[in-house]
Design a protein around this ligand. Structure first.
Ligand SMILES: NC(=O)c1ccc[n+]([C@@H]2O[C@H](COP(=O)([O-])OP(=O)(O)OC[C@H]3O[C@@H](n4cnc5c(N)ncnc54)[C@H](O)[C@@H]3O)[C@@H](O)[C@H]2O)c1
Length: 365
């Protein structure tokens, strides 16, 4: 998948005429009374109503916001298809600084916009929006998920996201070393926030040796205090990716972790982490493969969160959801097998499998 960039005319051209486009519907939303400016992009409803979060972000330009919505919506089609969900891909962006511009009235106005789509798009949290925000949006829009348990929601999705990443890591170990166990494997976790710190727990429970880093000293401290003497911390990600004898690198912070600077020096044999958009640009997946590093595609292994918000729509059941997230193990193995069969990197194999599922659904409509 490559991304949409550029000025409005180019964005429109991409939308209607290129492989990066093809979105079913793009809605520009405005509510001058509250200052709401939002873009809702529905990439595909082939598998069901489009599902994806709402990003609240201070985009430099409106064209940038549209391009981001288009790219994120498309990404959700692939993620939802690979997670086996009966949902297509969609995403929304609200233009603004969440710290300054987010008000209850604005979120309510946004809820009305989503509701006007009559269920073609189901919204949830993303960067800059939280469970408490979805509780507000849900007052105007029944097609809202990712709400708090007090309001009938499932709450924080990071528990199942971490569980899914852990399953992807076990599948990677199975593929590479013939055994899913991570016992005595050295695993580096970059970013021990909501997802990363749960991942550390799974790894320690299985007897892995864990090395962590985070730009926030308090995040590092929390993990070191929680597991005294069992976790090592290094100064930064640059140090983490060079740790001698590292078996697995788990990027759990921001996107772009795999790039022209990090891949050549990476000591790990496996990359499997929660962060979205880990590949900084097209071609990085091939660089990893050329170095013999097994890459577990980000959108496949971090699907635990979307599995949870999809489940919430039917009345959240943790055990049912955990069972679905556990399937990430088999899905990841299937991707590695397809990659080997087709002689392509796992990221490309995942795209092919997701595209096939969407095409099959379209064909039976
Ligand atoms: N929370 C979910 O359910 C979920 C679902 C799917 C994907 N993800 C993705 O997983 C990643 C982590 O999500 P989260 O919910 O744990 O976020 P978070 O904000 O709670 O944690 C991210 C952590 O990374 C740290 N960090 C930021 N920049 C860093 C850097 N350069 N080096 C090291 N550490 C750095 C932050 O200080 C923070 O502690 C994000 O990319 C997110 O998009 C999360």
């Amino acid at each position: 998948m490559t991304d949409v960039t550029g000025a409005p005319a180019e964005v429109l051209h991409t939308l209607f005429h290129s492989d990066q486009g093809g979105h079913e519907q793009v809605v520009l939303c405005q509510d001058r009374a509250t200052g709401l400016k939002a873009v809702i992009a529905i990439h595909s409803t082939a598998l069901g109503p489009a599902l994806g979060g709402t990003r609240f972000y201070p985009y430099a330009t409106e064209a940038e916001a549209v391009a981001d919505a288009l790219n994120l919506a498309r990404g959700m089609s692939y993620k939802n298809a690979m997670a086996g969900l009966d949902h297509g891909g969609g995403k929304a962006v609200i233009i603004g600084d969440p710290e300054q511009d987010k008000t209850e009235d604005l979120l309510l106005a946004y809820g009305r916009m989503v509701a006007s789509l009559g269920g073609r798009y189901v919204t949830a949290c993303d960067v800059g929006t939280y469970v408490a925000d979805m509780d507000v949006v849900a007052r105007e829009c029944r097609w809202t998920t990712g709400r708090s348990p007090e309001n009938g929601g499932a709450g924080d999705s990071s528990v199942l996201t971490a569980f899914g990443v852990y399953q992807g890591m076990r599948a990677s170990a199975q593929h590479l070393w013939g055994d899913p166990s991570l016992r005595d494997r050295r695993v580096g976790v970059a970013g021990v926030g909501k997802v990363g710190h749960h991942l550390v727990r799974h790894l320690l429970d299985e007897g892995a040796e864990v090395v962590i880093t985070d730009v926030r000293a308090d995040a590092v401290r929390r993990v070191l205090d929680q597991y005294p003497g069992r976790v090592t911390a290094v100064a930064d990600t640059e140090a983490l990716i060079r740790v001698e004898g590292l078996d697995v690198y788990a990027p759990c912070a921001l996107g772009g972790a795999l790039n022209d600077l990090s891949v050549p020096v990476l000591t790990a044999k496996v990359v499997c982490g929660a962060a979205n958009n880990q590949l900084a640009h097209p071609g990085v997946e091939k660089d990893l493969a050329d170095r013999g590093i097994l890459y577990a595609p980000d959108y496949v292994v971090n699907a635990g969160g979307v599995i949870q918000v999809a489940d919430e729509l039917h009345g959240f059941d943790f055990d049912r959801c955990k069972a679905k997230a556990a399937k990430i193990f088999d899905t990841t193995l299937a991707i590695f097998a397809r990659a080997k069969e087709d002689g392509i990197p796992p990221a490309a194999a995942a795209d092919r499998i997701a595209e096939q599922r969407m095409a099959d659904a379209r064909a039976t409509r």
